[in-house]
Design a protein around this ligand. Structure first.
Ligand SMILES: Nc1ncnc2c1ncn2[C@@H]1O[C@H](COP(=O)(O)OP(=O)(O)OP(=O)(O)O)[C@@H](O)[C@H]1O
Length: 669
């Protein structure tokens, strides 16, 4: 869709009333400007009465702002974050002073806090405070009408803030208070500043509630708006000058905010990610990637700068900043996930499974961030089950990295160390070391918005590793990267995970990642373990059609018979090594084991089907041919482009496929 809208002439029926509305709003302002006696403005505004009222107005409005911040910030936080009964009522209560006529507000304040009001006698008896006819009364009146601006603006900003920022900060070791002051508050700052400015401007202009509740005593409660009202009777020119002053202040606030009062935190935008499609989907590619990376690893000593490390990393980057601890993992997870996980220090486990299988829920349970699943978790000798997320030493890299947008790459990376009270200089030095190890040392001063998707991911990883975790959780760490960057970062990741003394869980949908990065593949289905085995075992004997297909294999479920498998369609598959008859099984056929022929093949293969080519796709230097048949499920064959040309294969070609019985592996389900 084009980003440029064609300029169209607005329909007259809309344009006319809209213009009238603008004129309606503009005319009174023009009146003030037109009637101002410009030569006298200085005299009017410096008269003792006006100076006194201005001083009082500033005093009252700043106090009202202070009170609004003190009470309104927690209230906005409560409304945005905590589910509780009666929230709609509280929100209406907050908004009420905005729609209530201010004089009614003043009456209500009198009946609540006045001398004969509900709380007044107690305030007077206990503290000697009498609000009406006192400056404090003017402050209360201004706070009453102005605080809603702060609360709704901040609530909007907090609501728009993705919680993964705060959760990541907690996983890096920051206490809730630290998270609030170092992440939440800076990220909602635009909303907070806008709300505060509007609150102040509203308090400065308050009239009705103040005159009703606090009276109109010069020097005590007579603020500028009240003075304007008085001056209008005796000195209309002076009233115009003071009105002009208030108008200028109000306009200045609005112009400074430029519409930011909607409260959307500008900083909430995650670092731009250059997303591309999912990764290659064949086990061969995975194997090729492993081979490539093994070669790379040979050339790159562990701990040294990676292949993509960026030029000029200093030699000290080769020092190992891992603190040398070894933390085996034991987890019993209950709830949506029902599984037990044991892993030796240094194990990398790829967590795979269909959408909704419970991968993210498992990670969040280990972090202690979800009530949907509970993890009894032991890391090394420490049982961390009862500890809050920030004390578990479980670092989490969510899918989008969740780099704090208001901090530089360096400050992001140092965040976990600072949270653990490492002195600033040392934390920054160690953070720089990690950035260099991950090949992004030269980007230390950049903000996340100035990083590419790949760079941001590496910074996020550096940040997690720098926090000295005992368990590392990576949620699709490479999903957002293009193929080339993905291969590089994968290599970097492997190098650094090799030195990590804890367990690392990587959620992935990419078979290359699962096979090449992990020592074990944990396959989840409905929150439970379907398979937990080394990648080679999962590739050879996948225990679910989904995993098999994810790894690029053909997977046909069926019922074991004496010589092979009976397919649900009624067809048969002959295998060399049969399973006990009647058991449910999965036949795994590598696409390279499927032969494609133009005519029915003669000779040994017993599994022969007639079909037609439905799709031909290129995968690396080979072609994958999808053949549909009436007698068997769809079958993918992998052949060379030369073979395809010889056979004259195009979409729709009639072909025969065959698979030797020895090439089929049956896996009992
Ligand atoms: N907050 C929640 N409340 C209720 N159900 C939820 C919540 N979050 C997730 N679920 C459900 O729990 C199940 C597991 O979700 P989870 O996000 O862990 O799956 P996943 O394996 O990570 O999926 P994906 O690959 O799509 O990210 C899904 O059925 C999902 O709909």
């Amino acid at each position: 869709m084009s980003r440029h809208r064609t300029r169209t002439r607005p329909p007259l029926t809309l344009a006319l009333p809209a213009l009238l509305a603008v004129a309606f709003l503009l005319l009174p302002l023009a009146g003030i400007l037109g009637r101002t006696e410009w030569g006298e403005v200085g005299t009017h505004l410096t008269s003792p009465g006006v100076v006194e009222a201005l001083r009082l107005s500033l005093f009252v409005s700043l106090w009202a702002l202070g009170l609004s911040l003190l009470l309104g910030v927690p209230l906005a936080w409560l409304l945005a974050r905590v589910p509780f009964k009666g929230k709609a009522f509280v929100r209406s209560l907050v908004l009420l002073p905005m729609v209530l006529p201010p004089t009614v507000g003043g009456v209500a304040l009198l009946l609540g806090f006045g001398r004969r009001g509900l709380l007044g006698p107690w305030l007077e008896g206990t503290f000697g405070i009498t609000l009406p006819f006192h400056t404090s009364g003017a402050v209360v009146a201004a706070t009453f009408v102005a605080m809603p601006f702060l609360v709704i603006s901040l609530e909007g900003a907090l609501g728009g803030l993705k919680q993964s920022y705060e959760e990541t900060a907690a996983s890096l070791g920051a206490s809730p208070v630290r998270v609030f002051f170092t992440v939440t508050l800076p990220m909602v700052a635009p909303g907070l500043i806008a709300g505060a400015a509007l609150t102040w401007a509203r308090a400065l202009g308050e009239f009705g509630a103040t005159i009703t509740f606090a009276g109109n005593l010069p020097g005590t409660t007579q603020t500028l708006p009240l003075q304007v009202y008085l001056l209008l009777q005796d000195e209309p020119e002076a009233a115009t000058s003071v009105s002009l002053l208030l108008l200028v202040i109000a306009m200045a606030v609005l112009i400074a905010l430029r519409g930011r009062w909607t409260g959307t935190p500008a900083a909430a935008r995650p670092a731009e990610v250059r997303a591309t499609g999912p990764g290659p989907a064949s086990a061969d590619e995975a194997a090729a990637a492993v081979a490539d990376e093994a070669a790379e690893t040979e050339r790159t000593p562990a701990g040294a700068l990676s292949a993509d490390g960026g030029a000029g990393a200093p030699a000290r980057a080769a020092a190992d900043p891992h603190d040398g601890g070894r933390w085996p993992l034991h987890a019993d997870v209950t709830g949506f996930n029902e599984l037990t996980l044991d892993a030796e220090p240094g194990t990398t486990i790829a967590v795979v499974g269909e959408n909704g299988a419970g991968k993210t829920t498992l990670l969040r349970a280990l972090l202690g961030l979800t009530p949907r699943a509970h993890a009894q978790l032991r890391l090394g000798d420490t049982d961390v089950t009862a500890l809050p997320p920030h004390q578990r030493q479980v670092a989490w890299v969510p899918q989008d990295g969740a780099l704090f947008p208001h901090l530089s790459a360096l400050a992001n990376t140092a965040y976990g160390l600072r949270a653990r009270r490492v002195p600033r200089a040392e934390a920054r030095r160690e953070a720089r070391l990690w950035l260099e190890r991950l090949g992004v040392g030269h980007l230390a001063a950049r903000k996340p918005a100035q990083l590419s998707g790949g760079q941001a991911q590496r910074v996020a990883l550096a940040r997690a590793l720098a926090a000295r975790p005992r368990l590392l959780l990576l949620d699709e760490p490479l999903a957002a990267l293009d193929q080339t960057t993905r291969a590089r970062v994968r290599h970097t990741l492997r190098t650094h995970l090799a030195g990590f003394g804890g367990v690392c869980l990587i959620v992935t949908h990419d078979p290359v990642e699962a096979v090449s990065l992990a020592d074990r593949v944990l396959v989840l289905a409905d929150g439970r373990t379907l398979q937990d085995a080394p990648p080679t075992e999962v590739t050879r004997h996948p225990r679910s059609p989904w995993v098999a297909r994810m790894l690029g294999r053909n997977a046909w479920p069926g019922t074991a018979s004496a010589d092979g498998l009976v397919l649900p369609t009624g067809g048969r598959l002959v295998v060399a090594e049969a399973l006990p008859e009647g058991s449910q099984a999965l036949a795994i056929i590598g696409p390279e084991a499927v032969s494609v022929h133009r005519d029915r093949p003669a000779g040994s293969p017993r599994n022969v089907w007639e079909g037609s080519v439905r799709e031909i796709t290129a995968v690396g230097s080979r072609l994958r041919v999808l053949v549909a048949s009436a007698q068997a499920p769809d079958l993918v064959a992998e052949i060379t482009p030369e073979a395809a040309a010889e056979l004259g294969l195009v979409d729709g070609s009639k072909v025969w496929t065959s698979v030797k019985a020895t090439e089929v592996t049956l896996v009992e389900l």
